[in-house]
Every structure is written in structure tokens, then in C-alpha cells.
Design a protein around this ligand. Sequence first.
Ligand code: SF4
Ligand code: FES
Length: 240
Amino acid sequence: MSDEASAVQSFALDGEDLAFEPGETILQAATRAHRYIPHLCWHPEFPAHGSCRVCSVKVNGRAGAACTVRAAAGLDVESNTEELNAHRKTLLQMLFVEGNHFCPSCEKSGNCLLQATAYEMGMEGPHFEEFYPDRPVDASHPDILLDFNRCILCELCVRASRDVDGKNVFAIGGHGIGTHLLVNSESGRLADTAMDLSDRAASICPVGVILPKRRGFAIPIGQRRFDEKSVSQQVEEDGS
Ligand code: SF4
Ligand code: FES
């Protein structure tokens, strides 16, 4: 192999060199190198979805989503800037007001990527007027509770159920502000699907929509994943 072919390729992330492997996106390369770029709808087990835009970065001065833009030699990527973090905070505030998020009473508090990312971006309040949408809970399944109030439409459960579990339990319906998560059964109830607690879809939700029944608060608030370390520390110290 020539020296040129074997040379490690790299780009700059916030002014520091970051090596990447061919085919990696900016977010994949950054995460592998324990560098934190805020994100919500990206999960290392699934192809990028590119919908939340929380991973927005500037690539050679132009806006792009770090989870979908491929790393390339010599790129100049800005991520941790005042402007981009303010943009991310606005996106997070919009997500908070579009749903019903009451962190102090949520079983997912301390394990929730939305909450952890909001802390990371210094979000102290919703800023916008709350929509308070009417989203009933589905408690029909014997082992799983669905609280649609917290859905951020990342589609991870849709993808996990379809691509890993082979069941297609979830779908996204509606348009614009009316976009919502659906259960794919004639009744629309989870009890009438093949969903099982051992499904990948049952444990993929980054917020508190899909929850196992009878396990509430098994780990006390204050001792949970993001209580112990912030989301950036998780990536920087543990790589995930
Ligand atoms: Fe994402 Fe959870 Fe909503 Fe599914 S239920 S789309 S995993 S936030
Ligand atoms: Fe990239 Fe959501 S993480 S768009």
C-alpha cells in the first residue's frame, strides 16, 4: 500500500484534527473519537434519520447535519459555537412545547436524552408558549405503557420494530404540527400488536414514551445515567 493510500485521513472539528474511516459521517467519526456533538434522532445501531437537526454543524461555513454529512479529508467543521448551540437550544425548546414534558414526574428523568441535551445546551425554560396537545396514554398492553405526550418523532421505535424486530408495530402519521406516532393495529392499541417487552423497539426510545410496566423508579432519580454524568461526559469519557 502506498504511503498516500495508508495515510490516515482527517478533518478539523472545532479546530482540532479528527481522524475518520472511509464512509463515516461527521457524527460517527466524532463519537468514535469521544468528541461530543449534540444529537437526538441518531443512534449508533441505525442509519441516520436526519430529522431533529440538533446535530447541525457548519461544514466549510455551510449548515449541515453531522449525522448525515460524510466526513472528508480537510473539512473544516464547526460544532461547539455560541451560534450553533443557541440554534440547538431553540430546537429543543420547540420540542418541549410541542409535547407535554413534565420532567419531575417522568419515569425517564435522568435517563432521557432530550432532558440531558437540554441541560447540556443550558436550556432553563421553554421560551415559547406551550401547545399542551391532547395525547392519550395507551396502557392496553400487559407489559408496556405508551405515553405519547413525550414523543419527539425520532422514529427510532419505527425503525427498530420494522428493521430489527420485523414487526412494524409503529408508524408516523399526520402532517406538520399534527404529525404523531401511531400504533399499527386495527384498533390503534398496542395490546393488539405483536409487541413484546424483549423487542428492540421496547428499549430504544430516547425519551419516556415506551416504558416497561411495573418497573417504575427502580433506580432512584439522582442515580441515573445522566445524573451521574452529563451527556457530553458520557461521550467524552465512555464513547456513548
Ligand atoms: Fe422516538 Fe420514542 Fe417517539 Fe418512538 S416513541 S418516535 S422512539 S420519541
Ligand atoms: Fe442529526 Fe437528529 S441527530 S438530525
